[in-house]
Design a protein around this ligand. Structure first.
Ligand SMILES: NC(=O)c1ccc[n+]([C@@H]2O[C@H](COP(=O)([O-])OP(=O)(O)OC[C@H]3O[C@@H](n4cnc5c(N)ncnc54)[C@H](O)[C@@H]3O)[C@@H](O)[C@H]2O)c1
Length: 407
């Protein structure tokens, strides 16, 4: 099915960015929100994204106006009665999203696909509230959508394969990189990123190194930003909520680092609060919140500090191990897992993604290191059973000519 017209419900951060991406590809898009001023603010946000392109000389003011002609604002979902695809981007609340899906199901053409930009909620549960679960799907853009190439495409239990094909074709027409992900908590990128970030927090508590030192080391590995700068920009409260959802689904290996919980409790939620791991703005904003150094110190005292030297292997192998578990579960192919992590997190392209990295390090070495971490740090490093099977069968990675990939 060709998509001629798109609706976006929710004109907030993601809704506006998605509307920009859709209009940039030349498709008309209606952005709907609860109130007129909110819908207008969403359209104004689309204009600002285009204006930044004009300011950089990447677009003319005339081209900007042409694109803006494709973007309409609405407060009435009835205005979506002639769209082929709706992308819902209202806040992350299952009840609210289910209400929106019920309403869309009633108002949109019978043939229309209803997609959700949810980061973590069940697509199957959204589809179940409609009379067209075969046409309900997850379409997860990353922030900022105009810059991030990855789009996770998540079929629910009842999603029709045609819907998957149509949405993959649509994402490609937006010049995005779609990756099909089997429905699971955190989908693919957040599921792999969360243990990496969480482990960096554990390392801060254990290593005696500063956030700056750890961030710099991960940047020298090739990450676009260090884990603490990333946590601050995502929002520590959001990262903690994701970690809690993953913990509920996957058990102990995803337990949020206590220091992360303490920072959120202390109101240090990141850039938006003026302080998270780093300080932003003037020193006055520090008043009323505990200093990071004091919180770290408290945790070291509480847990009887066993100092451990920093190694980037800890956060990286936490991600690698989760990638292998996801591969075992058939969440995506090895190629797609690596593609998604590179496109969705900025994992260094020359390392190829977590599974290519494991092949480069040697699967036997990865297994040995995970076993060691499990002994010294606990059950969260329990190696994925597939690693042992691979080692036993001689699939030890690049040096052997075969691992997750053939060489
Ligand atoms: N912010 C991110 O970095 C990010 C990244 C990927 C996915 N997501 C997901 O995208 C979705 C939206 O997140 P966001 O950060 O853009 O939220 P947001 O709070 O910035 O925007 C949500 C918008 O939805 C509107 N809204 C609420 N109820 C509505 C209704 N009944 N009908 C129409 N509009 C309604 C709100 O007024 C608001 O403008 C969430 O599911 C979130 O998990 C967010």
């Amino acid at each position: 099915m060709y998509i001629y017209k798109v609706g976006v419900v929710g004109a907030g951060t993601m809704g506006a960015q998605i509307a920009e991406v859709v209009s940039y590809a030349g498709l008309p898009v209606v952005v709907a929100d609860r109130q007129d001023d909110l819908a207008r603010q969403g359209v104004a946000a689309v204009r600002r994204i285009y204006q930044a392109r004009v300011d950089k000389g990447k677009m003319t003011p005339e081209q900007l106006e042409e694109k803006m002609l494709l973007v309409g604002a609405s407060t009435n979902l009835e205005d979506l009665k002639d769209v082929d695809l709706v992308i819902e981007a209202v806040p992350e609340d299952l009840t609210l999203k289910q209400q929106v899906f019920q309403e869309l199901d009633r108002l949109c053409p019978r043939s229309a696909i209803l997609a959700s930009n949810t980061s973590a909620l069940s697509i199957s549960a959204l589809g179940a509230r409609t009379g067209r679960p075969g046409q309900v799907i997850g379409l997860h853009f990353f922030n900022p959508a105009y810059a991030m190439p990855l789009v996770e495409v998540i079929p629910g239990l009842a999603t029709d394969p045609h819907t998957v094909d149509d949405v993959v074709g649509f994402a490609e027409s937006l010049r995005k990189t779609p990756v099909i992900v089997k429905e699971c908590a955190g989908f693919l990128v957040n599921r792999l990123l969360s243990p990496y970030l969480n482990e960096a927090v554990w390392c801060l508590q254990d290593s005696g190194l500063s956030i700056k030192d750890i961030d710099q080391d991960m940047v020298s590995f090739g990450m676009p930003v260090g884990p603490f700068a990333l946590l601050d920009s995502v929002g520590l409260d959001i990262a903690l909520e994701v970690a809690r959802i993953l913990h509920r689904s996957y058990g102990p290996r995803m337990a949020p680092a206590p220091l992360l919980e303490a920072l959120v409790k202390a109101g240090r939620t990141g850039v938006k609060a003026g302080h998270g791991f780093y300080e932003y703005g003037s020193g006055d904003e520090q008043a009323g919140t505990q200093r990071l150094e004091d919180l770290v110190q408290q945790f070291r005292q509480l847990s009887g500090w066993h100092r451990r030297d920093w190694t980037r292997a800890r956060p990286l192998l936490a991600m690698v191990n989760e990638a292998v578990i996801a591969l075992q579960e058939g969440v995506a192919s090895a190629r797609d897992i690596d593609l998604a992590v590179v496109a969705g997190t900025g994992f260094p392209n020359d390392k190829g993604g977590p599974l290519h990295l494991a092949d480069q390090l040697g699967i036997d070495q990865v297994l040995r290191q995970l076993d060691e971490f499990m002994q010294s740090l606990g059950i969260r490093f329990w190696p994925a059973p597939m690693l042992r099977r691979m080692v036993d069968a001689g699939f030890t990675g690049q040096p052997a000519g075969r691992g997750f990939f053939q060489y």
